[in-house]
Design a protein around this ligand. Structure first.
Ligand code: CA
Length: 136
């Protein structure tokens, strides 16, 4: 599983990358919205962790453009703002989950695992062929 972290606070981004790699994920970091968007649009990532307050292009606009380009990988928003409106906008733009800073790394990892399980379930369901009461 390959994860893209888009976060301008380099200390947080680097700590996240370190924890993700330690937990057997592949992970890259981008430190602004523009390079984050460019990387996200390559389509090689299975999950994106996206900060909202970013230089150049803010996280919500990055998210909007990712979805406009039909990149459908799960996105977890990371935000210092505990504002309902940001969460609502983010979810409406197609985020799958959000976590408010400061957060516990264990909670973020649990949310990633939860999204992974949902992805795996979707894949499994698509591979089931049903005919009458017989499932293959
Ligand atoms: Ca930020």
């Amino acid at each position: 599983m390959k994860i893209l972290v888009i976060e301008d606070e380099e200390a947080i981004a680097d700590a996240l990358i370190h924890m993700l790699i330690k937990n057997k994920y592949l992970a890259d970091a981008c430190y602004d919205g523009e390079s984050g968007l460019d990387n996200a649009l390559t389509g090689i990532y299975d999950l994106i962790i996206l900060d909202i307050m970013l230089p150049k292009i803010n996280g919500l606009d990055v998210l909007k453009q990712i979805r406009n380009q039909h990149i459908n990988c799960p996105v977890i928003l990371l935000t210092a703002k505990d504002e309902i409106s940001d969460k609502v906008t983010g979810l409406d733009y197609g985020a799958d989950d959000y976590i408010t800073k400061p957060f516990a790394i264990d909670e973020l990892l649990a949310r990633i695992r939860s999204i992974q399980r949902r992805m795996n379930n979707n894949i499994t369901n698509e591979n089931i062929i049903k005919f009458s009461d017989i499932s293959l």
